[in-house]
Design a protein around this ligand. Structure first.
Ligand code: PLP
Length: 401
């Protein structure tokens, strides 16, 4: 039997695959330190748990409206007012199975086969595959220097076939945010050229050092082409709930996204929607607690990385991630990540998965203890002068490299 062409070209999610591999090794009793993940260890907010339990106890776990319950949409309009400073109504909101489905719905609703969709490198692993899934052509923009593209870099890739641009601020994997002037220019470019703009803001409340997130909405004269995506996964550490959303002034886009859901998943889980509503209506101090914890952990990680010779990292301004240049050790990030996993049981994600070899993504959403332990192992593994064995998971490990 033959699979479709699409089935043959779509790759696995490398990060989800890595999570599964690490979970299996841990279950096997291996002393793995996982700094490759994308979910905080924080427990779910109690407001979310209470709402989930209450909904379960109601014994009414039925279909929900395809594009989300009115109560949850209302809560998202309030969140949008607080975080983006803009007024939207329920008709501007679609609730989806994670931010991921909102992004996919957007692509399904805006891209025709052969249309080009532009995104900067390094990018979140799913963008190219999702674009291919809808028949679009993924167009990468590589930064001419550093880890962030300039307007000139972007302009070189814009063609009459450009249908949409996708940005992610702060960025997974680099943790960097574009300067406000860049956000303004990209909004102007998209308005002038009639290009859709997807802004993936899933980490926009998790920023550090008093940096301020700038939304494209701030500069839009006619924001009909913008979709902002967000969700509860990163905001409250509720990755397993699978609730995200898209917000746009373009009600035709929102309605079309709802139709895509009606014909694919039918609707979101009503249980999960209740949990997400609980989180959005509950104590918002949990976000600040998470943000502060991440900022602290980022500082711990940077302090530990500074002890390792010949690697470079640009201070992340937000997210859970740092994107570390390891090219002086190995230009092949896959081989480098495999080396750390095999030799010292440390998992990090190869930069090649994000479109940039010579880098690895190291997460700081793990516990401080795990970050310190992971970096102790990495320092030892890379330090040529460290010849004494070290203890890993209660066993002495000798260098054979
Ligand atoms: N966008 C980015 C940049 C992400 O890093 C992730 C998850 O890792 C998502 C979207 C998907 O989030 P969700 O869990 O809400 O689907």
């Amino acid at each position: 039997m033959e699979l479709s062409n699409l089935a043959n070209i779509i790759g696995d999610s490398p990060t989800l695959k890595l999570n599964a591999k690490v979970a299996a090794l841990k279950k096997d009793g291996q002393p793995i330190v996982h700094l490759g993940g994308g979910e905080p260890e924080f427990p779910a907010p109690s407001a979310a748990v209470e709402a989930l339990v209450k909904k379960a106890q109601s014994r009414k776990i039925k279909y929900s409206p395809a594009s989300g319950t009115p109560e949850l949409k209302k809560a998202v309009t309030k969140f949008t007012k607080n975080v983006y400073g803009i007024d939207v109504e329920n008709k501007n909101v679609v609730i989806s199975v994670g931010a991921k489905q909102a992004i996919f719905d957007f692509l399904l609703c805006t891209v025709n086969p052969g249309d080009e969709v532009i995104y900067p490198v390094p990018y979140w692993v799913s963008y190219p595959e999702m674009i291919k899934l809808v028949g679009g052509v993924p167009i990468e923009v590589r930064p001419s220097k550093g880890l962030q593209i300039s307007l000139e870099d972007l302009l070189k890739k814009v063609t009459p076939k450009t249908k949409a641009i996708m940005i992610n601020v702060p960025n997974n994997p680099s943790g960097l945010m574009y300067p406000e002037s860049f956000v303004k220019s990209i909004v102007e470019l998209c308005e002038q050229k009639n290009i859709w703009l997807l802004t993936d803001d899933i980490y926009n409340c998790l920023v550090f050092d008093n940096n301020k997130f700038t939304s494209p909405f701030k500069y839009a004269k006619n924001p009909q082409n913008i979709l902002a995506v967000n969700g509860v996964s990163k905001l409250y550490g509720l990755t397993g709930l699978r609730i995200g959303w898209g917000v746009s002034y373009n009600t035709e886009l929102i309605a079309a996204m709802g139709r895509m859901q009606a014909q694919t998943t039918s609707c979101n889980s009503s249980l999960c929607e209740a949990g997400a509503l609980g989180a959005l209506e509950g104590d918002q101090g949990v976000i600040e607690d998470l943000r502060k914890n991440l900022e602290h952990n980022r500082n711990v990680l940077l302090g530990e990385l500074a002890k390792i010779k010949d690697i470079e990292v640009i201070t992340p301004q937000g997210t859970f991630y740092s994107f570390v240049n390891i090219s002086k050790y190995n230009k092949n990030s896959m081989a480098f990540a495999e080396f750390l996993l095999d030799k010292v049981m440390l998992s990090v994600v190869p930069g090649a998965n994000f479109g940039m070899d010579g880098y690895v993504r190291i997460s700081y959403c793990a516990s401080e203890e795990n970050i310190r332990e992971g970096l102790r192992r990495m320092l030892w593994a890379l330090d040529k002068n460290a010849t004494e064995p070290i203890e890993i998971g209660g066993k002495l490990v000798k260098k054979d490299w």
